[in-house]
Write a protein that binds this ligand. Structure first.
Ligand SMILES: [Mg+2]
Length: 263
């Protein structure tokens, strides 16, 4: 290999982190340009589907990998182009299992049951965006209609099938026992073994990734709350929610770790 290993790998959540409520990254442009200049890979780690990421990653410089559906799937560079790996049962088998459990054990309405119109009403997405959000490959978000005891029973019914249910935003996500951090580990080992990693996120589904990365940036939420990590070293808090905080936080990380001078 002649190309120098990148000095850093950046793993970022999207909603509330790199993207604002309008799905734009206004405020992060300068930091994105600096990542491109320094050839620092940017890996998207999100609850979104792979279909939702395709258009977005085309607008971003140097996205060599994707961690989608909360880690239920990953895309890595391969010798003949991007290679996607899906974990768990697969989407059709997952839907069949949920249906087989029945409404008593699984008071859960997934996207497939809700249908496009209700998903649109719940998310406020444009119809074209709803199609992309519903292009599930390995996990199913939806509404849970039950109390904490019902949720515990639902989780117990899912566990023997290697599935878990996690909250993300307003939806409960039924997915294989994978996490964004599993994707981080796989992609870091493949893209640049031993290179330091920087993770940015705001949600509970970012917690393991933020605990495991070399450096972590916790994004504050609009309601003033933020994740409290167990670690304290290598953790910074972004100055604002969303891309307006992401930009300065990434620039500060890059200033603290100047690029290696070329040989
Ligand atoms: Mg988020």
């Amino acid at each position: 290999m002649t190309a120098a290993a990148p000095p850093l790998l950046v793993f970022t959540d999207l909603d509330g982190t790199l993207l604002d409520d309008a799905y734009r990254f206004a405020g992060a442009e300068a930091a994105l340009a600096r990542l491109a200049e320094q050839r620092i890979p940017l890996i998207l780690a999100t609850s979104k589907t792979r279909a939702e990421l395709t258009a977005l990653s085309a607008q971003l410089p140097g996205v060599p990998g994707l961690i989608f559906e909360n880690g239920a799937g990953i895309t890595c560079p391969g010798p003949d182009g991007p290679e996607t790996t899906l974990f768990g049962l697969g989407y059709r088998a997952l839907l069949a299992l949920l249906e087989g459990l029945g409404p008593a054990a699984a008071p859960f309405e997934g996207f497939a049951t809700l249908g496009a119109e209700r998903v649109q009403a719940l998310t406020g997405l444009a119809p074209s965006a709803v199609t992309l959000a519903m292009a599930r490959e390995a996990s199913e978000p939806g509404l849970f209609h039950g109390d904490a005891e019902a949720l515990a029973r639902f989780r117990a019914a899912l566990a023997p099938h290697g599935l878990r249910a996690i909250h993300g935003g307003r939806f409960l996500h039924v997915m294989p026992k994978r996490d964004k951090v599993d994707g981080l580990r796989t992609l870091a080992a493949q893209l640049a073994p031993g290179a330091p990693t920087l993770a940015l996120g705001d949600g509970e589904n970012d917690r393991a990734m933020l605990e495991a990365a070399t450096f972590a940036v916790v994004m504050p939420r609009k309601d003033g709350t933020r994740l409290a990590l167990e670690r304290t070293e290598g953790v910074t808090i972004a100055p604002a929610p969303g891309p307006k905080g992401w930009g300065p936080a990434v620039l500060a990380q890059l200033s603290a770790r100047p690029p290696r001078s070329p040989d």
